[in-house]
Design a protein around this ligand. Structure first.
Ligand SMILES: *[C@@H]1O[C@H](CO)[C@@H](O)[C@H](O)[C@H]1NC(C)=O
Ligand SMILES: *[C@@H]1O[C@H](CO)[C@@H](O)[C@H](O)[C@H]1NC(C)=O
Ligand SMILES: *[C@@H]1O[C@H](CO)[C@@H](O)[C@H](O)[C@H]1NC(C)=O
Length: 276
């Protein structure tokens, strides 16, 4: 009996620990941004969730999430590929998107059945698995792919729908995948630390019964440090309806995003990262 009470207490505290965890401007996970500098606020959506992606007692990356469009704006992380085995392939949903839910990402069915969270409440401010099942020609494109993380836990932590956008299937399995799995390892060969920000430009089309925005473009930017000095940076962007990517300098990518975001200046990294 005592054991059961204790268990209930632990469950209850797990459930409510997270109250203060949706902190604006990533106060608890700035370490995923070079020099702790965030991208400019031109990217901020009207209704943001600042998610420090927490799983098994540590932060793994940061995601700015757009609750209205139910897609992330970007995920920011440190590139550290490794051989950890990912043991789950299902997607988490993120209780933090609603500040009254627990801190740790959780599987949808656990939230529904174990914590008795009504699916309608989860669905209010984020996409759910059911949404992605309704899409055709689109895959669950993860902004930070599991292959860019090293440990089992950090790989597993990428499988959350707050890190996911509807991505053109040909692009997902084609050029984007080539960039993530083959080009990235060569570009970063001499880098001591590589900071990455990968994002999606909101599009005009909504899928899954109008619930989830289909991004018009998907982009990624990286700043490579040798020792502690930023030595090079690069970017790329892809239209989200064909299997094609464009290589850009960091400066060109920022200028392109500035246009897409209505002329408000987009900067992604500290001034110290080379723009050319
Ligand atoms: C969060 O959940 C509460 C209670 O379920 C709900 O009233 C509120 O509207 C939700 N907030 C957001 C931003 O979805
Ligand atoms: C890495 O450094 C070696 C030796 O200086 C150089 O030949 C090579 O081009 C560099 N690779 C990249 C991707 O910068
Ligand atoms: C972009 O750069 C990579 C690596 O240098 C190259 O393999 C690829 O063909 C380039 N893509 C385009 C569209 O130029």
């Amino acid at each position: 009996m005592l054991g059961l009470l204790l268990l209930l207490q632990v469950l209850a505290s797990c459930l409510w620990l997270g109250h203060s965890e949706v902190v604006p401007f990533f106060a608890d996970c700035r370490q995923f941004f070079y020099a702790r500098i965030l991208p400019s606020d031109a990217l901020h959506p009207e209704n943001p969730a600042w998610i420090c992606q927490w799983y098994r007692n540590s932060y793994h990356y940061a995601t700015l999430y757009d609750r209205d469009r139910r897609i992330p704006v970007y995920s920011a992380y440190i590139y550290q590929p490794g051989s950890g085995q990912r043991h789950h392939t299902w997607s988490f949903v993120e209780p933090q998107v609603n500040e009254s839910y627990p801190k740790e990402m959780e599987r949808e069915w656990v939230l529904r059945h174990q914590y008795k969270f009504p699916i309608d409440k989860i669905k209010q401010s984020q996409a759910v698995l059911e949404d992605y099942k309704k899409m055709t020609g689109l895959d669950r494109g993860q902004l930070i792919p599991s292959g860019h993380q090293d440990s089992t836990d950090s790989k597993t932590a990428t499988f959350t729908l707050t890190n996911t956008v509807p991505q053109n299937s040909d692009l997902y399995t084609g050029r984007w995948n080539t960039y993530e799995s083959q080009i990235m390892p060569t570009y970063t060969m001499n880098c001591t630390t590589t900071y990455v920000i990968t994002g999606a430009v909101p599009g005009k089309i909504y899928v899954a019964d109008g619930r989830v925005n289909k991004p018009s473009h998907i982009w990624s930017a990286a700043c490579c440090l040798v020792g502690t000095q930023p030595k090079k940076a690069w970017g790329l962007i892809a239209e989200n309806d064909k299997n094609q990517v464009e290589n850009l300098s960091l400066g060109e990518l920022e200028a392109t995003l500035t246009e897409f975001y209505g002329g408000k200046t987009v900067t992604l990294f500290s001034k110290a990262c080379p723009r050319q």
